[in-house]
Write a protein that binds this ligand. Sequence first.
Ligand code: F3S
Length: 390
Amino acid sequence: MQLTKEEENIFNGELGEAPKIAIRLLNSLGELGGADRLIPIKSAHISGVSYKNVGEGGIQFLRKISHKVSVPTSLNPLGFDIENGGPVDIDANFHSKQMEIVKIYQEMGVMDSFTCTPYYYYNEPTFGDHLSWAESSAIIYVNSLIGARTNRESGPSALASAIIGKTPNHGLHTDEGRKATVIVKVEEPLDYTKFAALGLFLGPKLNKKIPLVKGQRNAKSIELKAFSAALSATSSIPMFHVEGVTKETGLVADSAEIMEVTKEDISDTISKNSTQQEPELIAIGCPHLSSEELTYIAGLVKGKKKIGPDLFLFTSREVKANSSEAVRIIENFGGKVFADTCMVVSPLSNNYSSTGTNSGKASFYLPLKGYGNQKVAFMGILDLLKWVIA
Ligand code: F3S
């Protein structure tokens, strides 16, 4: 790593302790990754916001590194909906610790976005932008669908980049690092839930290999959002290509191997991730819903009578504010639309022990102790809604 004179000064502490810690972290990561230098970034996105994940140690680290950010920086969801409360009961200690974390980020100048889909509002990258983003589902989405460039950063490394305004130049910032190393041929056309299942199926098998998916030329961006979240939850893959859909499908390694995925691989994955019959809660919005998705769900429940389990939808404040008619229809039906939080980072097990979801990522995390401790029904949205529509 070759630092400029200005960067060396920061490294030696001339701008204070927090920038010194930040640039030293970036320098070490750059050395490890084989980077030659730091490059400027357009934006950062920080994960590790819920007190459930951050804990006491994380709060101490945040206090130590607290410093104004130098690029637009968005923030992941936290443990509850700040303005409206919910989705579950929390104790006073959780509430005050969570708000302390929020306050530290606010003092740093980070946006009150509290979403894992900041690319809809708040922080919208364009093709070729260099970024430093944490939150695996967002990283893989912006690399693959938008063609922006970010490595798979952690909360601390994205925060360090937000302070310095730079990131080490290696991996996904280079053409070489974005090449597909495995070609995946999928037998059947996939819908939202089947794309999520494909992500769950491929993640453990591919580990770090970047796939080029063939046979899915009609894939929609919300389906690929589901694929992004499931694939990145079950692997460290930061990017994928889809033939005829994504923008960098020409980047394929000469040595790319070939893999085939059958109908049975997909249906078996869905069955394996579904351990519950009728759940206590239907939770939709992992990753956070777009306006288009909220409108679609509103159309399905409009004028209907609600029965059975609770229905919770998760999105960002901006999407909620810009989808007021859809939100009104869903809430008239008896569902609830939450912002700032999600089914995984809120302490769901305080109120529920079983959840139905169409999210592959949530079906992976929710059964884990410390994440949700839930029994999960993993299925398509139309099947989930059968439980709540009379
Ligand atoms: Fe987003 Fe929470 Fe899922 S942060 S990707 S909704 S686990």
